[in-house]
Design a protein around this ligand. Structure first.
Ligand SMILES: Cc1cc2nc3c(=O)[nH]c(=O)nc-3n(C[C@H](O)[C@H](O)[C@H](O)COP(=O)(O)OP(=O)(O)OC[C@H]3O[C@@H](n4cnc5c(N)ncnc54)[C@H](O)[C@@H]3O)c2cc1C
Length: 428
C-alpha cells in the first residue's frame, strides 16, 4: 500500500498546552494549521496545573480567559508549613499586585484548559494518533511556494509543510533535530493527583505547602470538591522504578507511606485521589545556557513549550511559559502574514521566527534558573545535603525559611507577572 502524502502550510507537533495554544494564536491571526498528536485523545497527565498571572494575560490574548474565569478563583495567599517544627508562613498575593491586580495563581483542571483551547479551533485542526517519527529538510528554493520541510509519521504518512513548530514536550523529536542538547535529570521526581471530595473538602481557598527535608507537598483546592496535590522529592531509586511503571495503586500506596509523618490533610487528599489522575514523573530541565545559546530554530522550523524550555515545576511556570510562547510566536508569524497580504513568505517568516527565538531565550532561561534554584532551596538542597553535617542542614533551613520564603518568594510576583502582549489584528 502506498504511503499517503499531505500538504499543509503550518504543522505543529504535539497537542498539549503549547501546541493547542499556538494553533489558536495562529487561528486568531487568520492562519490555519495542522496539529499532530501521537495520543488518540487529549492527554491530561498531571490532572491540573497552577496558572499564574502571566498565563492569564496570554489566555486573554488568545480569547479563552473568560471561558475559564468563572470556574477558577485566584488564591489570595499561600501558606508554607515547616513539617519539622509546625511553623507556618503566609505570603499574600494581593499585596504583591501590580497596579492593584490580584496576581495569585489559580489551579485549573488540565482537561478544562485543553478543551477550552481545542473548542476554539476548527474541528479538523488536530490529527490524533499521529506520531512524528522524523524530519527532512529539502534544498532551499527561491519561490515562496516551497513546502521545504517533510514530516514523516510513524504510520508512514508524509506531510510537506512550509513551517514546522515542535510542541512535542520534554522528549521533543523537533528539538533533537534542531540539535538542542537533551534535558537533564534534576535528581528529583514528582507525583501528582486530584483528590475528589463529593461532599466538599471544607478547605480554605488557599494554596498550601508542607516542606520537609528533601520533600515538598503542595495542596491547591480547585473548587469545593476537587483538590489538586503534588509532592516533589529527592529520587528514591527502587521506589521510583516501581512508580515509573504507572500503576496508580502502587503510586498511591508508595506516596502514602512516605508521608506518614505529615499532617492529616496531606494523607486525606492522597487517599481521596481519582485513580486515573495519579501520575509520576522525573523532574527534568534544560540547562539555561543551552536555551540562551542553543539552536532554537532553523529557518522556519522552531520549538515552543517544554520542547524548548523544560524546567522543574518549582514555580509552576512550564505551562504558563508555554502560553506566553504561543502568543509571541503567533504575533511574529501573524505580523509576517499580514505584511505579505495573507500569504506565507518563507524569507520574511524566517526573520520573524528568529525574532521570536530572540525574545524567548533570556526570559525562559531565567524561568528555568529561578525554578531550579527555588526547588533546590525549598527542598533543602541537593541529595548530598541529606548526608552532610548538621551545620549545612541548618544553613539550608535558614536559607529556605528566612531568606527564600520571607524575602525572595514575596518578590517573585513581578517576575511572574509577565505581559506577553497582544496578537495583531487586521489579518485576512
Ligand atoms: C510535577 C509537575 C508539575 C507541574 N506543575 C505545573 C504548574 O503548576 N503550572 C505550570 O504552568 N506548569 C506546570 N508543569 C509544567 C507543565 O506541565 C508543562 O510545562 C506543560 O505541560 C508543557 O506543555 P507542552 O505542550 O509543551 O508539553 P506537553 O504537555 O508534554 O505536551 C506535548 C504533547 O506532544 C505530544 N507528543 C510528544 N511527542 C510527539 C510526537 N513524536 N508526535 C506527536 N505528538 C507528540 C504528547 O503526546 C503531548 O500531548 C508541571 C510539570 C510537572 C512535571
Amino acid at each position: 500500500m502506498e504511503n499517503s502524502v499531505i500538504k499543509e502550510e503550518i504543522v505543529i507537533v504535539g497537542g498539549g498546552v503549547a501546541g493547542l495554544a499556538t494553533a489558536l494564536a495562529l487561528k486568531r491571526v487568520g492562519i490555519k494549521s495542522l496539529v499532530l498528536e501521537k495520543a488518540n485523545e487529549l492527554r491530561v497527565t498531571g490532572a491540573a496545573l497552577a496558572l499564574f498571572s502571566n498565563a492569564w494575560i496570554a489566555l486573554e490574548s488568545l480569547g479563552v480567559a473568560e471561558k475559564l474565569n468563572p470556574f477558577y478563583k485566584p488564591y489570595e495567599s499561600v501558606k508554607v508549613t515547616n513539617v519539622a517544627n509546625g511553623v507556618s508562613q503566609e505570603t499574600n498575593f494581593h499585596k504583591q499586585g501590580v497596579e492593584g491586580l490580584a496576581i495569585g495563581p489559580r489551579a485549573v483542571h488540565r482537561k478544562a484548559l485543553l478543551e477550552a483551547l481545542l473548542e476554539e479551533l476548527p474541528i479538523d485542526t488536530v490529527r490524533f494518533s499521529s506520531k512524528l517519527r522524523s524530519i527532512e529538510k529539502t534544498e532551499k528554493r527561491q519561490d515562496d511556494d516551497s513546502f521545504g520541510v517533510i514530516v514523516h509519521l510513524e504510520d508512514g504518512t508524509m506531510i510537506h509543510t512550509k513551517v514546522l513548530i515542535g510542541c512535542d514536550g520534554v522528549h521533543s523529536v523537533v528539538s533533537k533535530w534542531l540539535g538542542l542538547k537533551d534535558p537533564v535529570h534534576s535528581g528529583r521526581c514528582a507525583v501528582r493527583g486530584l483528590g475528589v471530595f463529593p461532599e466538599g473538602h471544607g478547605l480554605k481557598h488557599e494554596a498550601q505547602q508542607f516542606v520537609d527535608r528533601g520533600r515538598r507537598f503542595g495542596i491547591a483546592p480547585i473548587n469545593n470538591e476537587d483538590v489538586y496535590w503534588f509532592v516533589a522529592y529527592q529520587s528514591i531509586p527502587n521506589k521510583d522504578e516501581e512508580m515509573a511503571k504507572g500503576d496508580p495503586k502502587v503510586i498511591q500506596k508508595t506516596i502514602l507511606e512516605s508521608v506518614s509523618g505529615s499532617p492529616q490533610v496531606v494523607k486525606d487528599v492522597i487517599q481521596q485521589s481519582e485513580m486515573q489522575s495519579l501520575s509520576w514523573a522525573p523532574l527534568l530541565f534544560r540547562y539555561p545556557w543551552n536555551v540562551i545559546f542553543g539552536p532554537l530554530s532553523d529557518g522556519t522550523i522552531t520549538v515552543a513549550g517544554d520542547a524548548m524550555h523544560p524546567m522543574t515545576p518549582d514555580l509552576g511556570q512550564g505551562g504558563c511559559a508555554s502560553l506566553e510562547d504561543a502568543v509571541i510566536l503567533g504575533r511574529h508569524i501573524g505580523n509576517s502574514y499580514i505584511r505579505n497580504g495573507g500569504m506565507i513568505s518563507q524569507e520574511d517568516l524566517e526573520v520573524e521566527i528568529e525574532m521570536y527565538v530572540k525574545e524567548r531565550r533570556w526570559r525562559t532561561a531565567g524561568l528555568i534558573t529561578a525554578s531550579y534554584l527555588s526547588g533546590w532551596v525549598q527542598q533543602s538542597g541537593g541529595g548530598g545535603i541529606r548526608s552532610s553535617s548538621r551545620t549545612v542542614g541548618w544553613l539550608m533551613k535558614f536559607l529556605r525559611d528566612s531568606i527564600f520564603y520571607k524575602m525572595i518568594f514575596r518578590r517573585l510576583g513581578s517576575f511572574l507577572h509577565y505581559d506577553c502582549g497582544k496578537l495583531p489584528t487586521g489579518s485576512t
